[in-house]
Structure formats: structure tokens, C-alpha cells
Design a protein around this ligand. Structure first.
Ligand code: F58
Length: 830
């Protein structure tokens, strides 16, 4: 049945305006109590804090869904091209606070709760965040959702509803321990389950080729098993405007029980099959760079991609549209290669299931997809063994071979050499034959982008060099951005209010208006208030550090922070080497020129990444040594905050003075933490890597602590035959620091403990820490000096914030609209 009436008209006909979910304090109170009593069935005497949180979340979700439903109406009227964002990971962070901000009802909600004797901050604390991602890539996807919604781009975010997200990190005896993240244990009030939106996904088996009655070549896939994917929708709000949906798929057995087995009386075997199907969306793989070709991971990728494409085709055709227009109505953005099997799946759906001719199907497919690359690290480039892919997705392997043979033919026609053709092939024949997913994504897309100027340039000159030669127009850059609403307006209200007081609130939808703050950079009164806000934020973090780690720190100290996944290329251990140097200096009585500092680390290591875990162990060992030594802890303290996630990040960025962005140049595709820190007034010490380059360009080189080799210099060092041992031998300070790694003092007698790191640095040092060490240390001297000049420091801090306009994800999304998707915003004004 068709329903063509507007949503408002349904309620109008009731004559009551019942469609309104009001935004006043009274409306919120009424709805909240309603949810508490009639949705949750609670009597006041027995309510738990989770009930209260849930009732409020449901109250706000109603308002979010209203926005979403209105946006859909608007989008449908405009008949605009929609964007489907395909990402295996999302890190939305807590929803409640952000939704209140976007609905502009923070004060009303606070007042409603206060009247009931409840506290909003306690409620916000109650929320368990969805940890459905590893790090930057997942968080970027969520920042983009915020901006897509705010800008009014018709869009939908597809992904996987992992039952267990990224593991919880605990520190026991200095080591990282992982425990399961049971984020759904209290239920999830933000999502709406859609039992009627479900699709069947096939796995394994074989294909049958035949010619059917009309002489059409037909391929049938006879799978070994089938799994059902069900949609779970979470509304994502934009600021003052639209709402979009994040649609995550959960795997279930097609039938809850295998009745044939059940009838035979084997109840347990029947249930087992159900459990096996649900395995697919059980858990997120916690590796942040190194992909190890796990079968279940391939199944996850295919599962969510197939559900999403079937859903899109369904949306398209139920609106009476023809598949030949698919690419005009949709663009699909592939967030890295994780969803790139979609290229083969869309071809399969078109050709096998909708009887489209290959050439037409290929044309549409190639005009539908766009691919974002997030890494140049060779170990992170996805490859699937042909044998594995053929076993799980036999039809897709055939399709990939067909795409490849046509593509290689084209190359031959264009006169490419045998070497070049081998390099560009979708199949890597060196060693065990495997499918290069980045090549599949590149061949199957109309645009390919990197995530910062430097990264996009290196992508063209290294990993996809041959492709850039073939299709120069296909390659472009979109520098990452972050949502300044979550990462400033919401998480740093002190600074946000101070800024709004001076320049108004326009910045919430136009971060470039921060430029106006430049004129206040040297204003004494403004500087003073700027410092007061920072100090308050540091006091709050001090309290949190105490609760989490038991360590007392002094908020007057310089807060020097590195928070991100733990990885050798990010060089957390370079920061540690410098801390050890400071320790040794203090022990030597040479305390002049040291600014009292608290060094704060947080981040998870992949559970199987031994050296990363050892780096955490090193940080905790140094922390223990330093914090307990009365002689030393007046000058420096070291903290490792366990279980870094979005919620914790929101506490950390506002309190940081110095942001550490010290990866080896050429390795960090962009970084986004770098932007969040600077946005909150931290100065950056960093290399010319990823988006650091552009941050420095924007804020001015005099307001950025640059050190280390450039990508070119690193290459040169390598070409000349880098011998880290030489630096150890020739630099007495460095030697002392490195030898300290096996000292009794640091290791409490277990002198072998850090040997793997020590040997790694002396023998290979793949990320050239020893080479960059001196340059880093001398930059730190400059940091200390500037820290003592409060006015100069504050001025630079203000200028950093004032010049962050470029790094809003609103700008990134506008770039995607213009450079890639060719769509225009449809803003909902009420
Ligand atoms: C990150 N990648 C980049 N990958 O490292 C970072 O420089 C960039 O700013 C960010 O993407 C956003 O563009 C990243 O976070 C992952 O977490 C993958 C998860 C799945 C396995 C492979 C790594």
C-alpha cells in the first residue's frame, strides 16, 4: 500500500498536533516519566541508574527519529543522489550528550532532570559507548556521519553490528590485558531493530554455468550455507538540522532451528547451527594495521556488503526505478578496502540475479563506487588468498577473474609492459596467489582518494603509481577532518562558551569563523580567561587520572600527551626515550631547563602485537619508577590511562597543553587526533607526516614544533644503508638512555624484559627513532622554554585554535560532495 501523505498530515488529521515531540523542559519531563513507567515498567522506588539513563535515551531517541523521518521526506521530494557510506567500523562515541547538543536542548534536559532530583552529568557517565572500530578509520566514519547529517546530504551509513566491540583494556602488573566489551549488556536504547528488513547472504558451495531458454548465459550459485542479516538502525543527528541512519547488520540463522536435525531428536546440533551463523557478527577484529587473512573476517566483510547492496537495490526498485539508473541515484564510498568485495557483489547481483549484460553492469558499477585509501603500510594492504576466496565466495572469484582478464586486456592494448601488467593485476602471483583488494577497489571505482595532501601524493607515487599513470583523473585528495561539535562544543564547554562570548555561535556550523579569534591572541584579559579554562579542564583530568590510576598529578604542570593506538610507526617509544633522558638528567642534578611536565599516554595495542604490548609495559615501568621517586616526581610524572576510547578522549583533548604527533614521516596517512588536540588549544610537536603538514601550514610554522626527517630524507637514510647501531655508538646521551632499558633500576631485576625492544632499535630500527632522537630532544628544549613564557604560549595556543577552520569534517564532506560525489546539500529548515 502506498502512503503519499506527509508525516505532519497524519497528525493534523487527528486535530491534536500529536506528532510533536516537544523540546521544552515540560515536554521532556513528561516523556521521560512516560518512558520510565510505561516503557520500562518501573516504579520510582525501584529505578536503577540504568533505568533512568534508558528512559532519557528513549525520550531523546524519539526526537532524533522525528528528525530522521522528516529528513527522509525531504530527501525523497528532492530526488537527490544519495550517498551510501560502507564501513566495517564506526566509533560514534556516546550518543546522549551529542544528541542533546544537536537538538539544542542541553539546558532544558538538565533543568528537567534537576527538578526530578537527578543529575545530567551522572546520566551522561552511565552511557556505554559502541566500540565498533579500532581507531582513526572508525572514528572518521562517525565524524563524517555527523557532518553528512548537518550538511543535509541524503545518506546512509552501512556497517556491522558487532556484539562485542573493541576489547576493554586493563593494566595488570604493567601489562595490557584484554577483556570482552559487552557493550550491549544493558540493552541499547538508541537502536531500532527492523525484523522486516533482512536479507539472505550465501556462502561457499559451487557455481553452475548453463545457457537458459532465451539463450542467455546463466550462472547459478549453489551455496553451502545461508545466513540472514537483519537491520538495526541508529539515528545520527546533525546540528540544528537533519538526521540520518546508521544501519548495522546482525547475522542470524535463516531458520532458528534446523528442523530436519531437530526432528531426528538432536536438539543441540540444531541449535549449534544457529550459533554458528551468529558468529559472523560476534566480534570486531582488534588489529589496527596488520591484516592476517582470517576466514571469518572475509565473511564479515562480504556479509555486510551483500546485505547493504541488496538493501540499496531494494530501495531503488521499490521506488519504481530501473537498475540502469542505479549510479545516478547512489554513490557508494568504500571506507578502505574492507568493503571492496562490494565491487564483485554488485556485478553478481546485476548480472546473475537481475540478468543484466556484463558491459552495462560494469559501467554502472564503475560509476557507483569511490574508494578511500587510509594506509600505505604494506602489511595493512588487504590481500585474500585465491584459495580462501574461492572456497567462501566461489562466484565472486570467477567475477574477479573476469574483471581482471578484461582489465589486463585493456592494458595490453594500451601497450603496457609485461612487468607493469603483472604489477597491476588484481591477482598477485608472487608466492601464494592472492587477490589485491586495493587494485579491485581502484579498478572498480570512479574516484580514489587519500586522506591528506602528503598521503594522496605518496599514494600516487608509491602504492598505486601504475594506476595513477593510467587514470590520472581518477585520483584526488580529501584531507580528513573532525567534528568540532563533538570535540569542542560538547567536550570542552568552557572554551566553547568563551569563544561564543567573543564571536557568537556561528562557528558551530562554520569553523572558519574562528579566524576572528586571531585579533584576541595578545589580549591580556582574553589570554587570562583562556588559561583559566585550560586549567579547569586540567583539574578535571587530574581528578580522572587519580580515579583511574591512583596517581596524583599537578594541574599546573605541562600536560604533554600522546593518545592513539600503540604502534611502532607512531613511535610512542620515542617519547619514552626522551622521558628516560629527563629522568637521568634529574638524577644527575641537572634540572635546569626542565619544565615540570606530566606525560600522559593512552591507547590499545593489538592483542597479538608483542612489541606494542612491550611498549605499554615500558611506559608503565617508567611511570612506576618516576612517580615514586621523590627526587624526580617534582619535575616529571608519567601516566598511562587504561582503555582509551571516545569517551575518554573527550576528557583528554580539552586538558592537553602539548600534542605529540611524532610518527615516522610517510607512515601516518593523516591522523585526526592531531586536529582534535589543536582545536582544543594544544600546541603540536610533530613530524612532517600526514595532516601535520597541513596543520602546520595553517597555524604558521612559528606556532608548531617541527622536528625529524622528511619522507625524502628517510628514504635517503635508508638508501645510504641506515645503521642504527652507529647512532648508539656515536651519541653518548642516546647510549645511556638505551642502556637504561636493561638496568636493574628500571626493570626491577628482570633485565631481559625490554631486550626485544632494545635489539629491535639497535639492529633494525625500522622507524628510525635513533636517527630522529636528537632532533626530537632539542625541540623539547624549545617547548620547555616557551612553556615558561606564559604569554607567548597562550598566544600560540589561541592562534592554533583560530586557524583550525580547515579541519572541520564539514569541510571534508563538502570536498567529497564536490570532488567525488557530485551532490549538493538539502538542508532541512524548520
Ligand atoms: C587510520 N587507519 C590511519 N585503520 O592510520 C590514520 O592516519 C588516519 O587518520 C585514519 O585512518 C583516518 O583516515 C586506521 O585507523 C584501521 O583502524 C584499520 C582497521 C581494520 C584493519 C586495518 C586497519
Amino acid at each position: 500500500k502506498k502512503h503519499n501523505r506527509s508525516i505532519e498530515s497524519y497528525f493534523e488529521s487527528l486535530g491534536t498536533g500529536a506528532g510533536e515531540v516537544g523540546l521544552s523542559k515540560e515536554d521532556i519531563t513528561k516523556d521521560f516519566l512516560h518512558k520510565l513507567f510505561y516503557h520500562l515498567g518501573r516504579v520510582p522506588a525501584l529505578t536503577t541508574s540504568n533505568d533512568i539513563y534508558t528512559a532519557m535515551a528513549l525520550t531523546i531517541r524519539d526526537r532524533a527519529l522525528r528528525k530522521f523521518v522528516r529528513s527522509i521526506e525531504k530527501f525523497t521530494q528532492q530526488d537527490a543522489r544519495g550517498i551510501a557510506y560502507f564501513s566495517a567500523e564506526y566509533l560514534p562515541g556516546p550518543h546522549l550528550g551529542n544528541n542533546l547538543l544537536n537538538l539544542e536542548i542541553v539546558d532544558e534536559t538538565k533543568a528537567a532532570l534537576t527538578e526530578l532530583g537527578l543529575d545530567l552529568d551522572e546520566l551522561l557517565d552511565e552511557e556505554e559507548e559502541p566500540g565498533l572500530g579500532n581507531g582513526g578509520l572508525g572514528r572518521l566514519a562517525s565524524c563524517f556521519m555527523d557532518s553528512l547529517a548537518t550538511l543535509g546530504i541524503p545518506s546512509i551509513a552501512y556497517g556491522i553490528r558487532y556484539e562485542f566491540g573493541i576489547f576493554k583494556q586493563e593494566i595488570r602488573e604493567g601489562w595490557q590485558m584484554e577483556t570482552t566489551d559487552k557493550w550491549l549488556h544493558n540493552g541499547n536504547p538508541w537502536e531500532v531493530m527492523r525484523p522486516e528488513i533482512s536479507y539472505v547472504v550465501k556462502f561457499g558451495g559451487r557455481t553452475e554455468h548453463s545457457t537458459n531458454g532465451q539463450n542467455r548465459y546463466q550462472v547459478d550459485w549453489l551455496p553451502e550455507s545461508e545466513i540472514k542479516g537483519t537491520a538495526y538502525d541508529t539515528p545520527i543527528l546533525g546540528y540544528q538540522s537533519n538526521g540520518i541512519i546508521m544501519r548495522l547488520w546482525k547475522a542470524e540463522a535463516v531458520e532458528s532451528f534446523d528442523f530436519s536435525v531437530y526432528n531426528m531428536g538432536d536438539y543441540y546440533r540444531a541449535v549449534e547451527k544457529k550459533l554458528r551463523s551468529e558468529n559472523i557478527t560476534k566480534v570486531l577484529y582488534p588489529n589496527d594495521e596488520n591484516l592476517s587473512g582470517k576466514e571469518l573476517r572475509l565473511k564479515q566483510q562480504y556479509f555486510f556488503v551483500s546485505c547493504s547492496l541488496q538493501d540499496m537495490i531494494n530501495l531503488h526498485t521499490t521506488q519504481g526505478r530501473e537498475l540502469k539508473n542505479f549510479h545516478e541515484k547512489f554513490a557508494i564510498q568504500l571506507n578502505d578496502t574492507h568493503p571492496s568485495i562490494a565491487v564483485a557483489e554488485l556485478m553478481r547481483l546485476f548480472v546473475d540475479e537481475h540478468e543484466m549484460e556484463w558491459d552495462e553492469a560494469w559501467d554502472i558499477t564503475r560509476n557507483t563506487f569511490a574508494y578511500t585509501n587510509h594506509t600505505l603500510l604494506p602489511e595493512a594492504l588487504e590481500k585474500w588468498a585465491v584459495s580462501l576466496l574461492g572456497r567462501i565466495l566461489p562466484r565472486h572469484l570467477e567475477i574477479i577473474y573476469e574483471i581482471n582478464s578484461r582489465f589486463l586486456e585493456e592494458l595490453r592494448d594500451k601497450g603496457f609492459s609485461g612487468d607493469q601488467i603483472a604489477r597491476m593485476s588484481l591477482i598477485d602471483e608472487n608466492g601464494e596467489p592472492s587477490v589485491r583488494m586495493a587494485h579491485l577497489a581502484t579498478v572498480g571505482s570512479f574516484k580514489v582518494n587519500g586522506v591528506s595532501e602528503l598521503h594522496s601524493r605518496l599514494l600516487k607515487s608509491q602504492v598505486l603509481n601504475d594506476f595513477a599513470g593510467l587514470w590520472p583523473q581518477k585520483f584526488t585528495n580529501v584531507t580528513n577532518g573532525v567534528t568540532h561539535r563533538r570535540f569542542l562544543a560538547m567536550s570542552n564547554p568552557g572554551l566553547a562558551n568563551l569563544i561564543s562570548e567573543k564571536i557568537g555561535e556561528g562557528w558551530l556550523t562554520d569553523l572558519t569563523s574562528f579566524k576572528e579569534l586571531e585579533k584576541l591572541a595578545e589580549n591580556e584579559d582574553f589570554q587570562k580567561r583562556w588559561r583559566e579554562v585550560k586549567l579547569q579542564n586540567k583539574q578535571a583530568l587530574t581528578q580522572f587520572i587519580k580515579e583511574q590510576t591512583g596517581v596524583t598529578v599537578d594541574p599546573e604542570m605541562l600536560f604533554d600527551v600522546q593518545v592513539k593506538r600503540i604502534h611502532e610507526y607512531k613511535r610512542q617509544h620515542l617519547m619514552v626515550l626522551h622521558i628516560i633522558d629527563l629522568y637521568l638528567r634529574i638524577k644527575d642534578g641537572k634540572t635546569e631547563n626542565i619544565a615540570a611536565s606530566t606525560f600522559i599516554f593512552a591507547g590499545k595495542a593489538a592483542p597479538g602485537y608483542f612489541l606494542a604490548k612491550l611498549i605499554i609495559r615500558l611506559i608503565t615501568a617508567v611511570a612506576e619508577l618516576v612517580n615514586e621517586d621523590e627526587e624526580v616526581n617534582r619535575f616529571i610524572k608519567v601516566v598511562f590511562l587504561p582503555n582509551f576510547n571516545v569517551k575518554q578522549a573527550q576528557r583528554i583533548y580539552p586538558a592537553a597543553d602539548l600534542s605529540e604527533q611524532i610518527s615516522m614521516a610517510g607512515k601516518e596517512a593523516s591522523g585526526t587526533g592531531n586536529m582534535k588536540f589543536a582545536l582544543n588549544g594544544a600546541l603540536t610537536i610533530g613530524t612532517l607526516d600526514g595532516a601535520n603538514v597541513e596543520i602546520r601550514e595553517e597555524v604558521g610554522e612559528e606556532n608548531f614544533f617541527l622536528f625529524g626527517q622528511t619522507t625524502e630524507e628517510i628514504q635517503q637514510t635508508r638508501n645510504e644503508g641506515y645503521r642504527p647501531y652507529q647512532y648508539y655508538e656515536e651519541n653518548p646521551k642516546l647510549k645511556k638512555v638505551l642502556d637504561f632499558l636493561s638496568s636493574e633500576e628500571l626493570t626491577k631485576g628482570d633485565t631481559e624484559l625490554f631486550k626485544p625492544l632494545y635489539h629491535n632499535l639497535l639492529q633494525q630500527d625500522p622507524y628510525q627513532l635513533l636517527k630522529d632522537f636528537d632532533s626530537y630532544c632539542s625541540k623539547k628544549e624549545e617547548v620547555f622554554k616557551l612553556w615558561n613564557d606564559k604569554k607567548e604560549w597562550t598566544k600560540k595556543s589561541i592562534l592554533n585554535v583560530a586557524r583550525m577552520g580547515k579541519f572541520s569534517s564539514d569541510r571534508s564532506i563538502r570536498d567529497y560532495c564536490e570532488k567525488i560525489w557530485n551532490v549538493k546539500p538539502v538542508k532541512l529548515k524548520e
